[in-house]
Design a protein around this ligand. Structure first.
Ligand code: SAM
Length: 200
């Protein structure tokens, strides 16, 4: 479905994401402070779409891998990185099978997920958590942003309880709520961002 939406240019989350760029910068500030430095540290953007958050992280010196199932989105992301003169590795792949993504090695410091995990089914969410657990560095963090609601059987949304169940080894930190912004159909949606961090 996402592939068709990207090809048709029906991507309201891109405008919404741009409207949240200050928030993304603040979140990255915190990760930079917690990890000490971006130098030599890998940040993986799960379901990166057209790569806005990946590019923001790359500008700050993170080694970034952006992963998305949509070839059309990855194509746009690569072109944006080229245009900005940023070296980001954008890969077509499945966030539910991170261990199969070529070149994605253990030792990842930060995982960012804006609007991908929250739309997966229960089994897919647990697989994301499994992949994150396999690839995370001993000191690592995960940022998950999604629609602020309980997902139900096949619905979209993310809660602290759901994350704690999927990521049992990761304490879930207090989160913040924000309106997505950017106008359009998603503009007034209530989103929530969670942070999980561990030092194994
Ligand atoms: C709502 S969009 C958000 C995109 C981007 N994170 C942003 O904030 O602009 C969700 C993204 O997750 C991707 N996605 C959904 N399921 C996926 C999967 N199993 N593996 C990889 N990407 C997936 C979609 O292709 C889409 O780009």
């Amino acid at each position: 479905m996402y592939e068709l939406l990207y090809r048709g240019g029906l991507t309201p989350w891109v405008a919404a994401g741009r409207a949240q760029s200050a928030l993304v910068e603040r979140l990255l500030d915190r990760e930079e402070a917690w990890h000490g430095s971006t130098v030599g540290r890998t940040l993986v953007d799960l379901g990166c779409g057209t790569g806005e958050h990946s590019l923001a992280a790359a500008r700050r010196g993170w080694t970034v891998v952006g992963l998305d199932a949509s070839a059309a989105a990855i194509d746009k992301a690569r072109r944006a990185a080229d245009g900005a003169g940023l070296a980001v590795r954008f890969v077509v792949g499945d966030v539910r099978r991170l261990w199969e993504v070529p070149g994605l090695e253990p030792g990842v410091s930060v995982f960012v997920d804006v609007g991908c995990y929250h739309g997966l089914r229960a089994a897919g969410r647990r697989m994301v958590a499994e992949g994150v657990g396999r690839l995370a560095a001993s000191r690592s963090s995960v940022l998950v942003a999604g629609l602020d609601r309980r997902p139900g059987l096949a619905g979209v949304g993310v809660t602290a309880e759901g994350l704690a169940a999927d990521f049992p080894d990761w304490p879930v930190e207090p989160d913040q709520v924000f309106a997505l912004g950017g106008g359009g159909p998603l503009g007034r949606a209530r989103f929530r961002v969670f942070r999980l961090a561990r030092e194994a």
